[in-house]
Design a protein around this ligand. Structure first.
Ligand code: IFM
Length: 461
């Protein structure tokens, strides 16, 4: 496919801006039963027929558990300044509470050493959706106890790694876990609770707040969280359309950001639906953050529930009884996953965050941005990243303090219920052999990083 040429070199980002790449444990590690790892809710879910489109599961991933040195060499070849990976909770604490698995901690110790040896900052995420199965069976995020077990696990990991880790992420995308896992039942644990899923949001937030405190006690530096954001566009102009769009905006964008950054839920009605001593919990949840991670993929067009609303959005079934309807955004190129390519949505979202939170918004790091496209000559991925970096630069020129950009993802990996069908990697993986082949986008991003280092180097005199 021939695309228009890129609009020339990217503008210079500030000195010290961090160029990174992201990944997660369940999507890459494989080795699901090796060296004492316990099962996760996702292992159980993936084993149920029909849950994952190509019938794959987490047993292989990309073979990262065995091939991490090869992948770190690829990161080094890229010139990446940081690698965002996740620590598998069931690998470190197989039952979710109680005994620690030394072999599990040893793996992350080796990975961190390998990254440091190559001058790449290790950026662990403590939870990227793989809840230990015994905790999931006890209610998972619907159970308040899971939050306390998460804080214990955070301490365990930090005590081992804090001496070499410069930056931490507690939880990845609590909105997806709540909506897809507990409200719609499309992800593990497959619960279809609709608005009764809200306690799962509260307990993840509480887990985050307790973990922030546990990490600080273990002298961990630079603590953040990775929250998914999507600017909401209103479809239609009726009162019902506006209500639907505002409700979706609250649930997707503010249900997590507001408690984290202001200590309050976006609406008293949400607070009233949350379990436990909510006012006390909000003080823990809003424990000061060093930085705020934004995952951005695309905007969302939302209005009233309507016959033309999508009954399937980004591959997920949308039950008709929801009080909003998600519509197809028209007029943009689509990724192979069917997601619209809207770089200016990233700028809109960052401006929206600044408008809402003002000085309460800590420095931002873009913890995920990327696209699912097939092919090793992946010109469309290059155009996607180029466009998003220009939008990011424009937001920074508007005065928004953004300090890092992480591409999702290093390698083509297990894209949850899509299986291996959606390829987000800078590096192609032939899954039968696990052979890695850098794509055109890998070489392009390498050249961007090199050029940016040259551009931001102080000039003599
Ligand atoms: O692959 C996922 C990742 O695990 C979480 N954020 C979105 C990515 C692409 O769908």
């Amino acid at each position: 496919m021939t695309l228009p040429p890129l609009p020339g070199p990217l503008p210079a980002f500030p000195p010290g801006f961090l160029w990174g790449v992201s990944a997660s444990a369940f999507q890459t590690e494989g080795a699901a039963t090796r060296d004492g790892r316990g099962p996760s809710g996702w292992d159980e879910f993936a084993a149920q027929p029909g849950r994952i489109k190509d019938g794959s599961d987490g047993s292989l991933g990309t073979g990262f558990y065995d091939r991490y040195r090869e992948d770190v060499a690829l990161l080094a070849g890229l010139g990446a300044g940081a690698f965002r990976f996740s620590v598998s909770w069931p690998r470190v604490v197989p039952d979710g509470s109680g005994a620690v698995n030394p072999a599990g901690l040893d793996f992350y110790d080796r990975l961190v050493d390998e990254l440091c040896a190559h001058g790449i900052a290790p950026v662990p995420t403590l939870y990227h959706w793989d809840t230990p199965l015994p905790l999931e069976r006890a209610g998972g995020w619907l159970n308040r106890d899971t939050a306390h077990r998460f804080a214990d696990y955070a301490s365990t990991v930090a005590e081992r790694l804090a001496d070499r880790v410069p930056m931490w992420i507690t939880i990845n995308e609590p909105a997806e876990v709540t909506l897809l896992g507990y409200a719609l039942g499309e992800h593990a644990p497959g619960r279809k609770l609709l608005f009764d899923a809200l306690p799962a949001a509260h307990h993840q937030l509480l887990a985050h707040g307790l973990a922030v405190r546990a990490l600080r006690a273990a002298t961990a530096a630079e603590i953040g969280i990775a929250v998914s954001h999507s600017p909401v566009r209103t479809a239609g102009d009726t009162e019902e359309d506006r209500f639907g769009a505002e409700l979706y905006d609250s649930v997707y964008n503010w249900l997590f950001a507001d408690p984290l950054l202001t200590g309050a839920y976006p609406d008293e009605n949400f607070a009233a639906l949350m379990p436990g001593p909510v006012a006390e919990d909000l003080k823990v949840i809003s424990s000061p953050l060093d930085w705020y991670g934004v995952n951005y993929y695309n905007p969302t067009l939302v209005g009233a529930p309507a016959p033309e609303a999508l009954d399937s959005f980004a591959g997920f079934d949308m039950p008709g009884e929801l009080p909003f309807g998600i519509r197809q955004i028209e007029g943009y190129e689509m990724t192979d996953f069917g997601w619209p390519v809207v770089p200016e949505g990233l700028r809109d979202m960052l401006v929206g965050l600044k408008d809402r939170f003002g000085d309460r918004l800590p420095p931002i790091r873009i913890t995920e941005n990327g696209c699912g496209y097939d092919g090793i000559e992946d010109t469309r991925r290059i155009a996607f990243i180029d466009g998003h970096l220009r939008a990011l630069h424009a937001a920074m020129a508007d005065g928004i303090d953004v300090r890092a950009y992480f591409i999702w993802s290093l390698t083509d990996n297990l894209e949850w219920i899509e299986g291996y069908g959606q390829r987000f990697g800078l590096v192609h993986v032939d899954h039968p052999t696990m052979r890695r082949t850098p794509k055109d986008s890998y070489r392009w991003y390498r050249d961007v990083i090199r050029a940016q280092h040259g551009l931001s180097r102080p000039t003599a005199g």
